[in-house]
Design a binder for this molecule. Structure first.
Ligand code: GUN
Length: 307
């Protein structure tokens, strides 16, 4: 006879079958811990570079006063200080023209003390993101958004990886999760997360499916995933009925629910008992993104100094 545990989710108690002899609680992958290790390694290498007279430098551009962007930029500056990088913030008014922004990027491209340039997105509507991304030197493009870096990732011959997908891969690697031959499903097809995420899983020999808003049989496809990455931007979109028993569930979402509470794209309460590994929100993928930005900036400094 089946035994069940009761899990509270979506205002109701749901029965989730217990498999005796099988660990029924997922391992929660702490992004705080994994990112702290990455940052410690970056700090160590930064200290070594400083003994050679090299101080890695990151320029962060923010245009306008989007509150979420302001929080992200502050966190990036703090991370720079923690690992020992020089950071320069360029906070431009919302009315900044495309010409003015491109002129600043050109100056930073030529500034020796700056190894990495990041222009926080989204930009105000009158600015063209594509043109701005294209203007950043690929050698200083620590977001890995420039088409030349995107192309390099596609062929598996790259310097920089986009920070969020790279952070997810770092968590997978740290936990010793084998991607080889696994069914991997990525929900979301953005240039920043979904598409590069799929590519990185493919590089590790995963069999990858990308789902999006037009996907038919979403539930069925997700339920086939050994490794499920949620990057949809919808609070608690992934529910237990979309997850295979024992799946690895990685939650890229950072959302506010109807009560203003921070939550991911995964309904953690109902999915956690079914998963073998799961990332929480907050404290999961989020801290990894900034740690990988530090890693990219360090790499940029090394490349530009022929190390
Ligand atoms: N806005 C949201 N995420 C990111 C990111 O990773 N990089 C930049 N530049 N802007 C963002």
């Amino acid at each position: 006879m089946n035994e069940y545990i009761r899990v509270y989710s979506d205002m109701a108690w749901n029965k989730v079958p217990i498999k005796r002899g099988v660990c029924k609680m997922a391992k929660i992958i702490s992004g705080k811990e994994v990112s702290a290790n990455v940052r410690a390694q970056v700090k160590k290498e930064c200290d070594e570079l400083k003994t050679k007279g090299i101080a890695p430098g990151l320029a962060v551009i923010i245009v306008g006063d989007d509150p979420a962007s302001r929080v992200y930029v502050n966190n990036k500056k703090k991370a720079c200080a923690d690992v020992g990088f020089v950071s320069e913030e360029y906070a431009l008014p919302a009315e900044t023209t495309q010409e003015e922004l491109l002129k600043l990027i050109d100056e930073l491209n030529n500034k020796k003390e700056i190894n990495g340039i990041l222009c926080q997105l989204p930009l105000p509507g009158h600015l063209d993101e594509k043109t701005v991304i294209n203007a950043i030197s690929p050698l200083k493009d620590v977001d890995a958004f420039h088409p030349s870096n995107v192309g390099k990732i596609m062929i598996g011959d790259y310097h920089f990886l986009p920070c969020t997908p790279a952070g997810v891969m770092e968590m997978i690697r740290t936990e010793g999760i084998d991607v080889n031959g696994k069914n991997c499903v990525v929900i979301g097809r953005s240039n920043i997360v979904g598409k590069p995420m799929a590519m990185l899983l493919l590089h590790e020999n995963g069999t990858v499916t990308i789902c999006h808003s037009r996907t038919k049989n979403l539930k069925e496809i997700c339920s086939s995933a050994d490794i499920l990455v949620a990057a949809v931007g919808k609070p608690r979109f992934v529910t237990a009925d979309m997850v295979k028993e024992g799946a690895v569930v990685l939650d890229v979402g950072i959302n506010r629910d109807e009560n203003g509470k921070l939550c991911g794209d995964v309904d953690f309460a109902s999915v956690e008992p079914k998963a073998s590994y799961i990332t929480p929100v907050p404290g999961g993928v989020g801290p990894m993104t900034i740690a990988m930005l530090m890693k990219n900036t360090l790499k940029a400094a090394k490349i530009q100094n022929n190390i």
